[in-house]
Design a protein around this ligand. Structure first.
Ligand code: AR6
Ligand code: MG
Length: 314
């Protein structure tokens, strides 16, 4: 089994790699046939793998959890703001919330300033990996912390539920060293909304379907599970990719095949498979290419070490 630090590094860099490799496929249609190797190879040919908002917020959340392991909403917002680089591809709602924080609006009021019912985007789920790693052995606290970090930007029930389900997926993967159909099926009981529960159930059915039925295409999976920026239509798809895959590289390849919000779907699948396999799960050729500026690969590895040293309160 990988060490705690290797699991933390796998989850953070799995997010990073999936996000960066998926970025060029964001907004694409599902791959036309079952071979999505071409897509992955084109991304792998990029000299530098540059991350987007998914990784930026994941690293910011990890940093916050090293200092304040139970999530302090105002301080977490300040950390998100300190990391914010507008060119990283943030959702429109997130740009708006960040402007509200800058104006001095409270975190609570900012969360409903753009969408009155709150955001059901997948943003709270895509960044949640560090919570899954830290509380892998304490599912109740894991869910509470996942909810609390989501509420800083995503107060819609579905935005929160997506984050809770994704966090538990990372936690299960970290605890068991694997994430397959059995783990995915268990997550249906974690969802509190009908949308996430039925999505996870459909994803679990499609894990077997993909190997049993050669006629099943990415377009069919995307139609059933989604491939969009909403939590309810992306978390099940990412977990399908993770549970169907033979290893992290294959999981990212499947996520890229789905198209749509490919970077975020690949980031979430990468987080789960990185937590399962640890740092060793990430192909060395990818690691070498991950951007390594001020808050790049080296910083992510340092954060993994710091996270592993945190004693999570329960
Ligand atoms: N009503 C209508 N549309 C909504 C609502 C709502 N209540 N909530 C979300 N949307 P956002 P994220 C739509 O902006 O979740 C980036 O590419 C709306 O179109 O809160 O952090 C990331 O990489 C909104 O702009 O951001 C992810 O792929 C969109 O959902 C993705 O965006 C995203 O919600 C998620 O970003
Ligand atoms: Mg995205």
């Amino acid at each position: 089994m990988p060490t705690r630090e290797e699991i933390a590094a796998g989850a953070l860099l799995g997010t990073f790699a999936g996000d960066a490799l998926g970025a060029r496929w964001e907004g694409s249609r599902p791959a036309p046939d079952r071979a999505s190797r071409d897509r992955l190879q084109r991304s792998e040919d990029d000299a530098e793998l540059v991350y987007t908002d998914d990784t930026q917020l994941t690293l910011a959340l990890a940093e916050h959890l090293c200092d304040a392991p139970h999530v302090d909403a105002e301080r977490l917002a300040a950390t998100f703001l300190a990391h914010y680089q507008p060119w990283r591809g943030y959702g429109a709602g997130m740009h708006g919330i960040i402007q509200e924080w800058r104006k001095g609006t409270s975190v609570e009021d900012a969360a409903t300033a753009i969408f009155p019912s709150g955001s059901f985007g997948n943003g709270a789920a895509m960044r949640v990996a560090p919570v899954g790693v830290l509380w892998a052995d304490h599912p109740d606290t894991l869910e509470a912390v996942a909810r609390r970090q989501a509420g800083v930007t995503h107060v819609h029930t579905l935005g929160i539920d997506g984050a809770v389900v994704q966090a538990r997926a990372v936690g299960l993967a970290a605890g068991r060293g694997r994430f397959g159909g059995a783990e995915l099926a268990e997550l249906a009981g974690v969802a509190s909304s009908d949308e996430l529960r039925t999505g996870v159930e459909a994803a679990a059915e499609l894990v077997d379907g993909w190997s049993a039925d050669d006629d099943l295409e990415f377009a069919d999976v995307a139609k059933r599970l989604g491939n969009t920026v909403t939590a309810q239509r992306s978390v099940p798809a990412a977990l399908w990719a993770a549970a169907t895959a033979d290893g992290l590289r294959d999981g990212v390849e499947l996520a890229l095949g789905l198209g749509g919000d490919a970077d975020t779907i690949a980031a979430m699948a990468g987080a789960v498979l990185g937590a399962a396999g640890g740092l060793q799960a990430i192909p060395p050729a990818w690691l070498r290419r991950l951007e390594d500026g001020e808050r790049g690969r080296s910083y992510a590895l340092t954060l993994a070490g710091r996270l592993a040293a945190v004693t999570p309160s329960v």
